[in-house]
Design a binder for this molecule. Structure first.
Ligand SMILES: Nc1ncnc2c1ncn2[C@@H]1O[C@H](COP(=O)(O)OP(=O)(O)OP(=O)(O)O)[C@@H](O)[C@H]1O
Ligand SMILES: [Mg+2]
Length: 253
């Protein structure tokens, strides 16, 4: 069964149709790329999937449950998590490790009760959180920077930390919004390694990204959107050679 199922999802802003009956499914464990020219509707699609906007029509099912119109925090707590630009979600004056530990606390509702009733179990929990955070820091390739303050990281590593925090919240699907923007070659390589590790850990990945080389190299399948409509879907080779896709990117000769 698909982990995520978007069925004829439309989003209108006044007279503008930003998404027009977009349907696609995400299989568990895959890296699914979502591409399209500027203004195609990719960010709008993320906003609709994550509950920032309620779609004008259509339905979204996550793990078999209808999540259409649910609030963002509710959807996130079910395991559909999106990452944002690094700078607005990081605690700049805390270390890499502390940032990830905070991410680890976001889903653990039991901890609040633990704080009140069982101090010893809280301590044990704290130890577990630190261990889990260490594992995620390692997976993000940031072990050597674990005690560095977030503000001292380069742009690329700040974005990697943003992804690490996303992982810490325990997602089933992680939706990455242009994770490679503004990166140098080394940071880009690092981020691509991280995305592969995310998938290896069993988390399904949605990837909106303009860097075609990266998308083609890392995605199992790709959905192409143009003017709010899905115009193609398939593996990288199928998409690369699709006439409508070539036209959308290069214009009609
Ligand atoms: N809140 C909004 N109100 C009105 N129009 C919007 C809103 N959000 C997006 N749009 C419009 O919807 C269309 C799709 O925009 P969207 O940001 O989803 O594109 P995108 O594919 O993410 O583009 P880019 O690659 O440039 O990030 C655009 O025409 C945009 O102007
Ligand atoms: Mg966008």
């Amino acid at each position: 069964m698909a982990i995520l199922d978007a069925d004829k999802v439309s989003m209108k802003f006044g007279g503008l149709v930003a998404l027009d009956k977009v349907s696609f499914q995400v299989e568990p464990g895959e890296i699914l790329g979502i591409i399209g020219p500027n203004g195609a509707g990719k960010s709008t699609l993320y906003n609709v999937l994550s509950g920032v906007y309620r779609p004008t029509s259509g339905q979204i099912h996550f793990q078999g449950e209808n999540i259409t119109g649910m609030k963002p925090h509710k959807i996130a707590s079910k395991g559909l998590v999106r990452t944002y630009q690094a700078s607005d979600k990081l605690f700049m004056s805390l270390s890499v490790s502390e940032n990830v530990q905070i991410g680890c606390h976001i889903p653990s509702k039991t901890r609040i009760l633990g704080d009140v009733f069982r101090i010893s179990s809280v301590r044990r929990n704290e130890h577990e959180v630190r261990q889990r955070a260490d594992g995620i820091v390692k997976m993000a390739g940031l072990t050597e920077l674990a005690s560095e303050l977030a503000r001292n990281l380069s742009h690329g590593y700040q974005r990697a930390l943003g992804v690490a925090i996303g992982i810490a919240t325990g997602p089933k699907i992680l939706c990455l919004d242009e994770p490679l923007t503004g990166m140098n070659a080394e940071e880009r390589r690092h981020m691509l390694g991280l995305v592969k590790n995310v998938r290896k850990s069993g988390i399904t990945v949605l990837l909106v990204e303009h860097d075609m080389g990266a998308v083609m190299s890392i995605c199992d399948r790709i959905v192409v959107i143009n003017f709010g409509r899905k115009i193609a879907e398939g593996n990288p080779d199928q998409v690369r050679n699709n006439k409508d896709v070539i036209e959308a990117y290069l214009g009609k000769g």
